[in-house]
Design a protein around this ligand. Sequence first.
Ligand code: ZN
Ligand code: ZN
Length: 137
Amino acid sequence: MKLSELRPCDNCGGKIAPAFYIVRISQALVLPSAQQSVGLMMMFGGNLKLAEAMSPNPDAVMVFGDQDKSLMTELIICQGCYLAGKIDMVRLAECRNEVVAAAANEARFIDCGECGSEMDQNTIGEWVCLQCEARRD
Ligand SMILES: [Zn+2]
Ligand SMILES: [Zn+2]
């Protein structure tokens, strides 16, 4: 993580340095393949560890944020807020997701160096001016 990626505490807006907390939140799902592990567990006398060792698909829980970083919400919490423990995780995560979505939206537009109009990115990643059709990578 770079210094430039830091920001004030997501809960109180206060200073975070030098020691603070990163809270990573992701939704997770138990996949249908979990039934295989459960089935094997019954064959192995209730031993889930052994069943998972024998299962072709032992990873029966999918953590969305592990699959796709954009599905992981990352909160920065200062030590004071963390220790006080009065954090509304859901509200903070929603606020954070809105900020990230807005930033991603903004990054999709740049201005044309030729005429100053808005440029749009085409399917091969080239930026094309909507006004004068100037291009750049
Ligand atoms: Zn704080
Ligand atoms: Zn232009």
